[in-house]
Design a protein around this ligand. Structure first.
Ligand code: ADE
Length: 225
């Protein structure tokens, strides 16, 4: 999979993909991430990217031309399955969207700043608008990093243990059950006996019950769908 990201702060996106699973995914050639500096497409000698809002109001808006020129250039190289704008007024991100996007070949992510981007770019280019949660970040970069990480780890061959992505929280609309490792007794707290029973079927049943109870207590909304 190839993911291109358009950003006015590319530095923010250097470190997140240089470690651990994302690093391995790229080294194995399963994921390619390229960050493009929108400033290269800025207008005039000041490389202007934003301007005042028509109609007045606080906050600057990212202008059409730099974004359109940058996207046009990238589209000369490849066709994108989705052009995604990261924005707090987008559709709320969740595991099922990560699953869908992990099946695509080429994604283009656009990080917004200031008051957002000119609406015409959304109408002309953007195919999907995603928010990573009901709070406002100072830019879309951290949201883009969240998408890349959550999608990248789903690509076949990226995780060592193929099973482990399937048993994550949310994969079956349930939060994950508690997990334990050695020692079996820590500061007076023992692991549940069932986990040492060797009875795989009973252990699975226990895990399911724990997942359900945890979901009911913390995220009852997940069970409503
Ligand atoms: N940009 C600013 N806030 C955001 C959010 N919550 N999700 C995605 N992009 C954003």
């Amino acid at each position: 999979m190839r993911i291109d990201i358009i950003s006015v702060m590319p530095e923010l996106l250097h470190s997140p993909f240089e470690h651990s699973i994302m690093k391995r995914a790229q080294e194995k050639g399963l994921l390619e991430v390229e960050v493009h500096n929108l400033r290269d497409y800025g207008l005039g000698k000041h490389k202007q990217l934003d301007d005042y809002q028509f109609g007045g109001g606080a906050g600057m808006v990212m202008m059409c031309e730099p974004l359109a020129n940058c996207i046009d250039d990238l589209q000369k190289e490849r066709t994108y399955d989705e052009i995604i704008f990261l924005t707090p007024d987008g559709e709320r991100y969740r595991q099922s969207i990560a699953n869908q996007l992990s099946l695509k070949g080429n994604l283009l992510l656009i990080c917004g700043h200031y008051k957002g981007i000119d609406e015409r770019i959304r109408e002309l280019y953007v195919t999907r608008e995603i928010s990573i949660g009901d709070y406002v970040l100072s830019g879309g970069e951290l949201a883009a990093a969240v998408l890349v990480d959550s999608i990248g780890r789903l690509l076949p061959g990226v995780l060592g243990d193929e099973q482990s992505a399937l048993t994550d929280s949310f994969q079956d609309d349930l939060l994950a059950p508690p997990v334990y490792t050695r020692p079996a007794s820590f500061r007076g707290k023992d692991i549940p006996d069932i986990l040492r029973s060797g009875n795989t079927a009973k252990i699975e049943e226990w895990r399911y019950e724990q997942a359900l109870a945890r979901t009911q207590a913390r995220r009852p909304d997940l069970l409503e769908d």
